[in-house]
Design a protein around this ligand. Sequence first.
Ligand code: ZN
Length: 234
Amino acid sequence: MRISPTRSLTYIQQYPQDVLITILNLLVPFTLIAVMISGDQMQSAPPAESLRTAWRLLDPLIHMTLGFLIITPFLFYHPATPKGILFAALLVISSVAADVDHILMAGSFTLQAITQVIPRTPFHSLSNALVVGLLVWLLTRKFSSTWLFFAVLMSHFVRDAYTGGMLLFPWSPGAFKITLSEYRSLEILLYLLTNLLIYSVTIRLPSAHGRWWRTPAAPKEPIQIPEVCRRPAK
Ligand SMILES: [Zn+2]
């Protein structure tokens, strides 16, 4: 393996998609941090009455954005088939559908009642994410699909655990709170693990034989022996 600027340029020309994916991959963790910081900031204090409805919609919107960012490796590495896009949409919906228990607990469809269900229910727990993951495994027999569902649900539960959830139910039946830095670190960890896993199971990228900053050495050509040097066959 040799680092060669000339070969790297050739590689960039040959596989521009790899370079684009690399840049997007570098941007996602920063976007994740920016969404968490700005979202939490906007949610921390209720605005004037006229903006309350829009403010209440912020929470599901942030959950969906985090879920989407965590599954971006699936969108980057997986071929853009209608089935794949549908699967990705289902994952993003799942990241917010986890709040269905709020509707059940509130017994109402009004946004005000739903968002006031605090502390969260036992549904917002690691055990529930594991159960959903197990169901996905039984249906698909694919570890990557299992992990993706587990990761989007955990991104939701970890965020809610920061404001007081039941993340460790039934092992710790009471409310289980995590700190701001723990919540943000866990979200980034979920993204990194998803990226690592999806990259390792997807072979769509041409970079399967290298990366633009680290191209593999060209295969050695067999040495051609000139005709005159060859020993005449007996
Ligand atoms: Zn929730």
